[in-house]
Design a protein around this ligand. Sequence first.
Ligand code: UGA
Length: 337
Amino acid sequence: MNILIIGAGGFIGSNLSEAILNQRKDWNITAIDISSAKIQSLLGRPNFNFIQSDILTDFDVVENAVRNCNVVLPLAAIASPLMYVQDPMKVFELDFEANLRIVKSAAQYKKRVIFPSTSEVYGMCADEAFDEENSCCVTGPICKQRWIYSCSKQMMDRVIYALGIRDGLDYTLFRPFNWIGPKLDDITNPQYGSSRVVTQFLSNILHGRDLNLVDGGNQVRCFTYISDGVDALIKIIENNKNSAFRQIFNIGNPKNEMSIRDLAHKIKDLALNYDKVKENAMNVKIVDVSSGNYYGDAYQDVNKRVPSVAKAESLLGWTPSVNMDELLANTMSFYFK
Ligand code: UGA
């Protein structure tokens, strides 16, 4: 099988590529990205062909690669909330416009698409657990630009679904719920808000800065270790008995539910185990900050985000296995050792 991974140099793409090369000698990867920084160790390995290219400009390169693959995973996207509020047009141009072009090519050349939707499409949905078939997608007013990512992804989901019906597109949509692990964000970048929350807290400790609880820190996320996410993706690519055909899957770990406040305390405590940051961990404080001050007025938050993974369990035979302690230990060891 020839697998095209666009955005192979990103967090999900790099971890997925490595797992495929280690587990599936019968699969070939064509990897496209603007940067190879996170996949240096994969360059030159058999079955791995890297093309340095920008999907915002190099349309011919991307179209040609789509034509030559069996399945395409268009993973290139901006997925940091600070960017949604600071540069919403860039989010739209990459996450929607550039990806729409790829998905349309896949439909034209009859290729299978495995597309990253997001937990963010459910937005501020009040359901106890978000369900792929029944939960509503709830976003805020237009001035709350945080939702441009959610809306861009939701629109892509709807377009892909419609292409399935109209053009027979073979697709699977997967929705990561706060996937965490090695190679997520660059924690040496000390800018506040530039990382997802776990890596932001690690970055703050590394630089001896206080940990910020946005609007009280009572909001809840379910953190999912990257290896569990990658296992689900491999099952989706395998597509045994066509079980992933035209399906949407939440890929998250409902057992790893934690408030941001508890997360901050846990990370601060665990950081005491690492010589590199031990002293900083003793000195940093956990402080409250308003979302307006932290992200700006265009931000709006999701108070509780818990996935139902019943569908992935029954159709894919996938269950997440890495608990919160292991997830944090593995991630912190990667960044602090
Ligand atoms: C994330 C991002 O949109 C995407 O990475 C992704 O599509 C999706 O969710 C997902 O992975 O499921 P969010 O969970 O809000 O959104 O992103 P984080 O930046 O990790 O923030 C989590 C929570 O921590 C938010 O409530 C945020 O306000 C809070 N936070 C963040 C803090 O309290 N302090 C910080 O320093 C950073």
